[in-house]
Design a protein around this ligand. Structure first.
Ligand code: SAM
Length: 213
């Protein structure tokens, strides 16, 4: 099977899942979003990009907290659900929902965002080289000292390559403030995850490596 056929299958998988169960990951924001919202407020963040936003439960929360949000996903069905919510939500003016496969790049200029956020987007379905590319795109669209806040799966189903060592090696160019291992509940699921909080700029590769010791 060629690459674009596999990608189409993955995209269809998400469309079908949201078609069957429009709120598959539960209603309301994640606990991680609440934590990140506090962190972003303390850091003077305004423009936030959420990648892999699904039907936008965390993006809607960020908008309700006063952030200006771009919510991105490649599932048309997920964005239909989000747009329907936006048509009746007062926070709608603060959110722009964009259909985008982030493996093809992030369609914004260098340094445009103050923060990039993702919840359970990585690493399922991404190859090593796709992750490398997407992380470089995130680095590009963040302003200096912008935040990259992400909660990634770290369990057997996710092939376990997203361990701390792997993450540090991929986060060169970011100053990593913390990596935290946790087990979380999301809708009907329990996932082992790593939450990471990183800042663009500053740290050199040697320093990141030292922190692995
Ligand atoms: C596990 S779901 C999490 C959704 C959302 N963050 C939440 O917690 O409700 C992962 C989401 O990432 C999206 N996604 C996966 N690969 C993507 C890609 N290459 N580009 C954009 N979105 C993608 C899927 O469509 C899905 O909505």
């Amino acid at each position: 099977m060629i690459m674009h056929e596999i990608e189409d299958m993955e995209q269809n998988f998400w469309d079908e899942l949201y078609e069957i169960e429009p709120e598959h990951f539960g209603t309301g924001e994640s606990e991680f979003a609440i934590k990140c919202s506090k962190m972003m407020r303390d850091s003077g963040i305004n423009k936030v990009l959420e990648i892999g936003c699904g039907y936008g439960r965390d993006s809607l929360f960020f908008a309700s907290q006063g952030f200006k949000v771009v919510a991105m996903d490649y599932s048309t069905k997920a964005l239909d659900i989000l747009n329907e919510k936006l048509s009746v939500d007062s926070a709608s003016k603060k959110i722009e929902a964009i259909h985008c496969d982030i493996c093809k790049g992030i369609p914004f200029g260098d340094g445009y965002f103050d923060a990039v956020y993702s919840f359970l987007l990585f690493p399922v379905g991404f190859s090593n080289s796709q992750i490398e590319f997407v992380f470089s795109e995130i680095h590009r669209v963040l302003r200096n000292n912008g935040l990259f806040l992400s909660c990634v799966r770290n369990d057997v189903e996710a092939i376990s390559f997203f361990n701390k060592g792997y993450l540090y090696s991929r986060l060169a160019g970011f100053q990593v403030d913390s990596l935290i291992n946790r087990t979380i509940s999301v809708g009907k699921y329990q996932f082992n995850v790593i939450e990471f909080f990183a800042k663009k700029g500053g740290a050199k590769w040697e320093r990141l490596n030292n922190r692995l010791m």
